[in-house]
Design a protein around this ligand. Structure first.
Ligand code: DO4
Ligand code: MG
Length: 292
C-alpha cells in the first residue's frame, strides 16, 4: 500500500496498491482514511483493488515508473517507538549510559518503553536524506520492524523503520530522549505498507543493516524479530492503553542491531535496512541543525 503522486510530483497525493510494477488506485482520499477502517473492511478494499488490475496489463493502474512514491503515512497518523525490546539494545544502553538501572529495569518491566517519534509530516522515506544532528558526535541507525495499527488497535500492516538516534545525547541523560529521537530526518519509513495478512510467520523475520562509507562496508549487522522480548500484540495494547489514535499509528518495535560504541554515523554514510517480506530502505546521512 503506497502513497504516490503522478506527473513528476506535481499532482495530488493518492493511495494505491503496488502490484508488481503497477499501482492500482484505491478509493480512499488518503492513507489516514484507510487506517480508520476495521481490518476486515480494509482487507476487502485491498483485495478488490488487487483483483481489478488483472489480464497482465496495467488495467486502470499506473506504471510505477510513472509515479513518485511518498512517505507511507499522512493526516493525524503518528509514529511511536518501542525501546529496549531486545537484549542487544539493553546491553548497548547499559554500556553507553551512566544511568544503567533505567535500562535494566525497563527491559524486565511489565510496561514497555514507548516514545513519540514523529508526526506524519516529519517522516522521510527511501532515497531521501536522513539526519545526523550536528550537535551530537555519536549517532546511530536503528533498523526496526514497524507495525501499522489502525484506529481500532488492530495490526494491519508492516513497514521498515530506521529509528535514527542521537545516541550521544541519550547517553548523557535518558531524560534527553526526545532530543535524541525527534529531529529533522530522524524517522525513516519504507514507502510501502505490507498488509499483515500477506506476511508468513511475522514473528520471525530477518532484519539486516549495512552501512557503506566511501564505497566500502563500514558496518553490517543482522537480527531476527523472534529475539524480541515482547510480542507485537503486547506492544500495540500498551500503546492504546491510555490514548486514542483516530488515524491509526505506526509502532516501531525496537532494534536488535546496535553498532559498537564510538562507531557512529558520519555524513555521507549510506544506510540500507532490509526486512524479509517487508521491504528495503536506503538513505544517505546528512548533517542537520545548527552548529553546536
Ligand atoms: O531507550 C531508548 C530507546 C531505545 C530504542 O530506540 C531501541 O531499543 O530501539
Ligand atoms: Mg529504536
Amino acid at each position: 500500500l503506497v502513497r504516490y503522486v503522478e506527473d513528476a510530483g506535481a499532482g495530488q497525493a493518492q493511495v494505491g496498491l503496488l502490484d508488481g510494477d503497477v499501482v492500482h488506485r484505491l478509493p480512499v482520499p488518503d492513507m489516514a482514511t484507510l487506517l480508520q477502517y476495521p481490518l476486515s473492511e480494509m482487507r476487502r478494499l485491498v483485495e478488490e483493488a488487487a483483483g481489478g488490475g488483472g489480464g497482465g496489463g496495467t488495467g486502470s493502474g499506473r506504471l510505477l515508473s510513472d509515479v513518485a512514491l511518498l512517505a507511507p503515512i499522512d493526516g493525524r497518523t503518528e509514529v511511536w517507538g518501542a525501546g529496549v525490546t531486545y537484549l542487544r539494545s539493553r546491553s548497548a544502553r547499559v554500556e553507553e549510559s551512566r544511568h544503567q538501572l533505567v535500562y535494566q529495569d525497563v527491559y524486565e518491566a511489565e510496561r514497555p518503553e514507548l516514545f513519540f517519534k514523529a508526526p506524519a509530516w516529519r517522516v522521510v522515506t527511501d532515497g531521501q536524506p536522513a539526519g545526523i544532528r550536528r550537535d551530537c558526535d555519536d549517532s546511530v541507525a536503528e533498523p526496526e520492524l514497524a507495525l501499522v495499527l489502525n484506529r481500532h488497535a488492530e495490526i494491519v500492516g508492516a513497514l521498515v523503520c530506521n529509528d535514527v538516534t542521537a545516541r550521544g545525547i541519550e547517553a548523557q541523560n535518558p531524560i534527553y530522549l526526545p532530543q535524541a529521537k525527534l529531529y529533522t530526518g530522524s524517522c525513516v519509513l519504507s514507502p510501502g505498507i505490507v498488509p499483515w495478512w500477506t506476511i508468513a510467520e511475522p514473528e520471525d523475520l530477518a532484519v539486516t543493516m549495512e552501512i557503506r562509507r566511501a564505497g566500502a562496508v563500514a558496518f553490517a549487522g543482522q537480527a531476527r524479530t523472534s529475539a524480541m522480548k515482547r510480542t507485537y500484540t503486547e506492544l500495540a495494547q500498551w500503546l492504546f492503553r491510555g490514548d486514542e489514535y483516530p488515524d491509526g499509528a505506526v509502532l516501531s518495535t525496537g532494534t536488535g542491531i546496535v553498532p559498537p560504541l564510538g562507531e557512529g554515523l558520519l555524513p555521507g554514510d549510506v544506510v540500507t535496512v532490509a526486512i524479509d517480506q517487508v521491504g528495503t530502505l536506503t538513505n544517505e546521512m546528512v548533517e542537520v541543525g545548527a552548529v553546536s
